[in-house]
Design a binder for this molecule. Structure first.
Ligand code: NAD
Length: 274
Protein backbone atom coordinates (compact mmCIF):
# COMPACT_ATOMS: atom_id res chain seq x y z
CA UNK A 1 0.00 0.00 0.00
CA UNK A 2 1.31 3.42 -0.93
CA UNK A 3 -0.40 5.29 1.88
CA UNK A 4 1.32 8.11 3.74
CA UNK A 5 2.63 7.26 7.21
CA UNK A 6 4.00 9.17 10.17
CA UNK A 7 6.98 7.98 12.21
CA UNK A 8 6.38 8.26 15.95
CA UNK A 9 9.04 9.30 18.48
CA UNK A 10 9.38 5.65 19.57
CA UNK A 11 10.35 4.63 16.01
CA UNK A 12 7.03 2.98 15.17
CA UNK A 13 5.13 3.86 12.00
CA UNK A 14 1.48 4.94 11.95
CA UNK A 15 -0.80 5.39 8.93
CA UNK A 16 -1.52 9.10 8.51
CA UNK A 17 -5.21 8.57 7.71
CA UNK A 18 -7.59 6.36 9.64
CA UNK A 19 -11.25 5.74 10.34
CA UNK A 20 -12.91 7.28 13.40
CA UNK A 21 -15.78 5.33 14.94
CA UNK A 22 -17.16 7.64 17.64
CA UNK A 23 -21.00 7.31 17.56
CA UNK A 24 -20.85 4.23 15.33
CA UNK A 25 -23.02 1.72 17.23
CA UNK A 26 -21.41 -1.57 18.21
CA UNK A 27 -23.82 -3.48 15.95
CA UNK A 28 -22.71 -1.40 12.93
CA UNK A 29 -19.02 -1.25 13.78
CA UNK A 30 -18.11 -4.62 12.23
CA UNK A 31 -19.54 -3.94 8.73
CA UNK A 32 -18.28 -0.33 8.83
CA UNK A 33 -14.74 -1.39 9.75
CA UNK A 34 -14.91 -4.19 7.16
CA UNK A 35 -15.92 -1.66 4.47
CA UNK A 36 -13.11 0.66 5.54
CA UNK A 37 -10.46 -2.07 5.35
CA UNK A 38 -11.73 -3.02 1.89
CA UNK A 39 -11.48 0.65 0.87
CA UNK A 40 -7.84 0.67 1.98
CA UNK A 41 -7.92 2.03 5.54
CA UNK A 42 -5.38 0.44 7.87
CA UNK A 43 -5.93 2.52 11.04
CA UNK A 44 -9.06 2.44 13.20
CA UNK A 45 -9.58 4.88 16.08
CA UNK A 46 -11.91 3.70 18.86
CA UNK A 47 -12.15 4.17 22.65
CA UNK A 48 -13.49 2.28 25.64
CA UNK A 49 -16.22 4.93 26.04
CA UNK A 50 -17.45 4.47 22.43
CA UNK A 51 -18.93 1.09 23.40
CA UNK A 52 -17.96 -0.47 20.07
CA UNK A 53 -14.60 -2.15 20.66
CA UNK A 54 -16.17 -5.61 20.25
CA UNK A 55 -17.74 -4.66 16.91
CA UNK A 56 -14.49 -3.05 15.78
CA UNK A 57 -12.66 -6.27 16.67
CA UNK A 58 -15.11 -8.37 14.63
CA UNK A 59 -14.69 -5.98 11.71
CA UNK A 60 -10.90 -6.26 11.89
CA UNK A 61 -11.18 -10.05 11.63
CA UNK A 62 -13.79 -9.97 8.84
CA UNK A 63 -11.32 -9.52 6.00
CA UNK A 64 -8.21 -11.48 5.04
CA UNK A 65 -5.95 -8.62 6.12
CA UNK A 66 -3.33 -9.75 8.62
CA UNK A 67 -3.38 -8.13 12.05
CA UNK A 68 0.24 -7.08 11.55
CA UNK A 69 -0.66 -4.63 8.78
CA UNK A 70 -3.41 -2.98 10.85
CA UNK A 71 -3.05 -0.14 13.34
CA UNK A 72 -5.61 -0.05 16.15
CA UNK A 73 -5.96 2.84 18.59
CA UNK A 74 -8.08 2.77 21.72
CA UNK A 75 -8.34 5.10 24.72
CA UNK A 76 -8.46 4.94 28.49
CA UNK A 77 -11.64 6.52 29.86
CA UNK A 78 -11.70 9.19 32.59
CA UNK A 79 -12.93 6.81 35.30
CA UNK A 80 -9.82 4.66 34.91
CA UNK A 81 -7.09 7.16 35.78
CA UNK A 82 -4.63 6.01 38.44
CA UNK A 83 -1.81 3.51 38.92
CA UNK A 84 -3.74 0.21 38.92
CA UNK A 85 -6.95 1.04 37.03
CA UNK A 86 -5.27 1.45 33.61
CA UNK A 87 -3.96 -2.13 33.75
CA UNK A 88 -7.48 -3.57 34.03
CA UNK A 89 -8.90 -0.99 31.60
CA UNK A 90 -6.47 -2.01 28.86
CA UNK A 91 -7.09 -5.73 29.54
CA UNK A 92 -10.84 -5.13 29.15
CA UNK A 93 -10.32 -3.21 25.89
CA UNK A 94 -8.06 -5.96 24.52
CA UNK A 95 -10.54 -8.69 25.38
CA UNK A 96 -13.38 -6.76 23.70
CA UNK A 97 -11.20 -6.10 20.64
CA UNK A 98 -9.96 -9.70 20.63
CA UNK A 99 -6.36 -8.53 20.28
CA UNK A 100 -3.18 -9.32 22.25
CA UNK A 101 -2.06 -5.67 22.00
CA UNK A 102 -3.13 -2.30 20.65
CA UNK A 103 -0.88 -0.22 18.43
CA UNK A 104 -1.65 3.00 20.28
CA UNK A 105 -3.15 3.52 23.73
CA UNK A 106 -4.20 7.07 24.62
CA UNK A 107 -5.27 8.80 27.83
CA UNK A 108 -8.60 10.07 26.47
CA UNK A 109 -8.79 13.33 28.51
CA UNK A 110 -6.48 14.86 31.13
CA UNK A 111 -9.44 15.47 33.51
CA UNK A 112 -7.38 17.93 35.59
CA UNK A 113 -10.00 17.98 38.39
CA UNK A 114 -9.00 14.38 39.16
CA UNK A 115 -5.32 15.40 39.25
CA UNK A 116 -4.14 11.91 38.32
CA UNK A 117 -2.90 12.27 34.76
CA UNK A 118 0.82 12.09 35.61
CA UNK A 119 0.26 8.92 37.62
CA UNK A 120 -1.86 7.57 34.75
CA UNK A 121 0.90 8.39 32.26
CA UNK A 122 3.37 6.39 34.41
CA UNK A 123 0.92 3.47 34.24
CA UNK A 124 0.85 3.71 30.42
CA UNK A 125 4.67 3.75 30.35
CA UNK A 126 4.57 0.47 32.29
CA UNK A 127 1.90 -0.94 29.94
CA UNK A 128 4.14 -0.20 26.98
CA UNK A 129 6.85 -2.27 28.67
CA UNK A 130 4.45 -5.24 28.90
CA UNK A 131 3.94 -5.06 25.12
CA UNK A 132 0.15 -4.74 25.43
CA UNK A 133 0.36 -1.14 24.19
CA UNK A 134 2.93 -0.84 21.42
CA UNK A 135 2.88 2.96 21.46
CA UNK A 136 1.41 5.33 24.04
CA UNK A 137 0.09 8.84 23.87
CA UNK A 138 -2.53 11.25 25.09
CA UNK A 139 -5.58 13.10 23.83
CA UNK A 140 -6.88 16.56 24.63
CA UNK A 141 -3.75 17.56 26.59
CA UNK A 142 -2.83 21.25 26.74
CA UNK A 143 0.69 22.65 26.47
CA UNK A 144 1.25 22.95 30.27
CA UNK A 145 -0.07 19.42 30.82
CA UNK A 146 2.25 17.99 28.16
CA UNK A 147 5.18 19.93 29.62
CA UNK A 148 4.37 18.48 33.05
CA UNK A 149 4.26 14.88 31.76
CA UNK A 150 7.61 15.34 30.04
CA UNK A 151 9.22 17.02 33.02
CA UNK A 152 7.98 14.53 35.62
CA UNK A 153 8.46 11.29 33.67
CA UNK A 154 10.98 12.05 30.91
CA UNK A 155 8.72 10.17 28.47
CA UNK A 156 7.27 12.23 25.62
CA UNK A 157 3.84 11.06 24.37
CA UNK A 158 4.03 9.69 20.82
CA UNK A 159 0.75 11.36 19.87
CA UNK A 160 -1.59 14.06 21.16
CA UNK A 161 -5.00 13.58 19.53
CA UNK A 162 -6.81 16.93 19.63
CA UNK A 163 -9.77 18.76 18.12
CA UNK A 164 -8.45 20.29 14.89
CA UNK A 165 -10.18 21.43 11.71
CA UNK A 166 -10.12 24.51 9.46
CA UNK A 167 -12.27 26.47 11.97
CA UNK A 168 -9.98 25.53 14.88
CA UNK A 169 -6.42 25.10 13.68
CA UNK A 170 -4.52 24.80 17.00
CA UNK A 171 -1.39 26.61 15.80
CA UNK A 172 0.21 27.00 19.25
CA UNK A 173 -0.28 23.41 20.29
CA UNK A 174 0.99 22.21 16.90
CA UNK A 175 4.15 24.26 17.35
CA UNK A 176 4.73 22.75 20.81
CA UNK A 177 4.20 19.25 19.40
CA UNK A 178 6.70 19.91 16.64
CA UNK A 179 9.29 21.17 19.08
CA UNK A 180 8.95 18.01 21.20
CA UNK A 181 8.48 15.33 18.54
CA UNK A 182 4.82 14.67 19.30
CA UNK A 183 2.59 13.69 16.36
CA UNK A 184 -0.59 15.76 16.12
CA UNK A 185 -3.67 13.68 15.23
CA UNK A 186 -6.81 15.66 14.35
CA UNK A 187 -10.17 14.68 15.83
CA UNK A 188 -13.40 16.03 14.36
CA UNK A 189 -11.21 16.79 11.32
CA UNK A 190 -14.28 17.66 9.21
CA UNK A 191 -15.68 19.87 11.96
CA UNK A 192 -18.23 17.08 12.50
CA UNK A 193 -19.39 17.63 8.94
CA UNK A 194 -20.64 21.15 9.75
CA UNK A 195 -17.86 22.86 7.82
CA UNK A 196 -18.38 21.21 4.49
CA UNK A 197 -20.76 23.75 2.97
CA UNK A 198 -18.41 26.68 3.64
CA UNK A 199 -18.12 28.66 0.37
CA UNK A 200 -14.29 28.69 0.48
CA UNK A 201 -14.16 24.90 0.76
CA UNK A 202 -16.89 24.41 -1.84
CA UNK A 203 -14.97 26.63 -4.26
CA UNK A 204 -11.64 24.86 -3.72
CA UNK A 205 -13.45 21.54 -4.12
CA UNK A 206 -14.94 22.63 -7.43
CA UNK A 207 -11.53 23.75 -8.67
CA UNK A 208 -9.95 20.34 -7.95
CA UNK A 209 -13.08 18.37 -8.95
CA UNK A 210 -13.18 16.89 -5.45
CA UNK A 211 -15.63 17.07 -2.56
CA UNK A 212 -15.23 19.52 0.32
CA UNK A 213 -14.58 16.56 2.66
CA UNK A 214 -11.69 15.47 0.43
CA UNK A 215 -10.29 19.02 0.41
CA UNK A 216 -10.35 19.19 4.21
CA UNK A 217 -8.77 15.74 4.63
CA UNK A 218 -6.08 16.70 2.10
CA UNK A 219 -5.44 19.89 4.12
CA UNK A 220 -4.71 17.81 7.25
CA UNK A 221 -2.39 15.52 5.26
CA UNK A 222 -0.55 18.46 3.68
CA UNK A 223 0.05 19.89 7.18
CA UNK A 224 1.64 16.59 8.27
CA UNK A 225 -1.15 15.77 10.70
CA UNK A 226 -2.72 12.42 11.44
CA UNK A 227 -6.41 12.49 10.51
CA UNK A 228 -9.30 10.20 11.50
CA UNK A 229 -12.52 11.24 9.73
CA UNK A 230 -15.64 9.39 10.81
CA UNK A 231 -18.27 7.99 8.53
CA UNK A 232 -20.54 4.97 8.77
CA UNK A 233 -21.65 5.33 5.15
CA UNK A 234 -19.70 3.11 2.72
CA UNK A 235 -19.57 5.60 -0.16
CA UNK A 236 -18.31 8.36 2.15
CA UNK A 237 -15.81 5.99 3.73
CA UNK A 238 -14.42 5.40 0.23
CA UNK A 239 -14.61 9.09 -0.65
CA UNK A 240 -12.64 10.09 2.45
CA UNK A 241 -9.65 7.92 1.56
CA UNK A 242 -9.57 8.88 -2.15
CA UNK A 243 -7.19 11.76 -1.35
CA UNK A 244 -3.72 10.43 -2.15
CA UNK A 245 -3.63 11.52 -5.81
CA UNK A 246 -3.84 15.32 -5.54
CA UNK A 247 -2.43 18.18 -3.44
CA UNK A 248 -3.57 21.64 -2.43
CA UNK A 249 -1.66 24.60 -3.84
CA UNK A 250 -0.34 27.54 -1.82
CA UNK A 251 -3.36 29.71 -2.65
CA UNK A 252 -5.77 26.99 -1.40
CA UNK A 253 -3.74 26.62 1.80
CA UNK A 254 -3.72 30.37 2.41
CA UNK A 255 -7.49 30.57 1.99
CA UNK A 256 -8.09 27.67 4.38
CA UNK A 257 -5.63 29.20 6.88
CA UNK A 258 -7.94 32.22 6.89
CA UNK A 259 -10.87 30.14 8.22
CA UNK A 260 -9.26 29.74 11.67
CA UNK A 261 -11.43 31.17 14.44
CA UNK A 262 -10.51 31.35 18.16
CA UNK A 263 -14.16 30.54 18.92
CA UNK A 264 -14.22 27.62 16.50
CA UNK A 265 -13.96 24.87 19.11
CA UNK A 266 -16.84 22.35 18.86
CA UNK A 267 -16.04 20.05 21.79
CA UNK A 268 -15.41 20.84 25.46
CA UNK A 269 -12.32 22.71 26.65
CA UNK A 270 -10.00 20.05 28.08
CA UNK A 271 -9.56 21.99 31.35
CA UNK A 272 -13.30 21.86 32.02
CA UNK A 273 -14.00 18.26 31.05
CA UNK A 274 -14.01 15.61 33.74
P1 NAD B 1 -15.72 14.32 11.84
O1 NAD B 1 -15.16 15.68 11.75
O2 NAD B 1 -14.91 13.18 11.37
O3 NAD B 1 -17.13 14.37 11.11
C1 NAD B 1 -17.90 13.21 10.96
C2 NAD B 1 -19.24 13.59 10.33
O4 NAD B 1 -19.02 14.30 9.11
C3 NAD B 1 -20.03 12.35 9.94
O5 NAD B 1 -20.85 11.92 11.00
C4 NAD B 1 -20.85 12.84 8.76
O6 NAD B 1 -22.00 13.50 9.23
C5 NAD B 1 -19.92 13.84 8.12
N1 NAD B 1 -19.14 13.28 6.99
C6 NAD B 1 -18.11 12.40 7.03
N2 NAD B 1 -17.64 12.17 5.80
C7 NAD B 1 -18.37 12.93 4.96
C8 NAD B 1 -18.35 13.12 3.56
N3 NAD B 1 -17.46 12.52 2.79
N4 NAD B 1 -19.26 13.98 3.03
C9 NAD B 1 -20.17 14.63 3.81
N5 NAD B 1 -20.21 14.48 5.14
C10 NAD B 1 -19.33 13.64 5.71
O7 NAD B 1 -16.21 14.14 13.37
P2 NAD B 1 -15.98 13.16 14.59
O8 NAD B 1 -16.65 11.86 14.41
O9 NAD B 1 -16.33 13.96 15.78
O10 NAD B 1 -14.38 12.94 14.65
C11 NAD B 1 -13.73 11.88 13.97
C12 NAD B 1 -13.16 10.88 14.94
O11 NAD B 1 -12.28 11.51 15.88
C13 NAD B 1 -14.20 10.22 15.85
O12 NAD B 1 -14.95 9.24 15.17
C14 NAD B 1 -13.30 9.66 16.92
O13 NAD B 1 -12.67 8.48 16.48
C15 NAD B 1 -12.31 10.79 17.09
N6 NAD B 1 -12.68 11.72 18.18
C16 NAD B 1 -11.87 11.76 19.29
C17 NAD B 1 -12.18 12.60 20.33
C18 NAD B 1 -11.27 12.65 21.52
O14 NAD B 1 -11.64 13.23 22.55
N7 NAD B 1 -10.09 12.08 21.44
C19 NAD B 1 -13.32 13.43 20.29
C20 NAD B 1 -14.12 13.38 19.15
C21 NAD B 1 -13.78 12.53 18.10
Amino acid sequence: DSQPTLTLNDGRVMPQLGLGVWQTPDSLAAPVVGAALEAGYRLVDTAAIYGNEAGVGRGLRSTGITARSLFVTTKLWNDSHGTEAPVAALDHSLSRLGLPAVDLYLIHWPTPARARYVETWRALIALRETGKARSIGVSNFTTPQLAQLIEETGVVPAVNQIELHPRFQQRELRAFHEEHGIVTQSWSPLGQGKLLDHPVLVEIARKHERTAAQIVIRWHLDLGLGVIPKSATPHRIRENIAVFDFRLDEADKARIAGLDDPRGRLGPHPDDFN
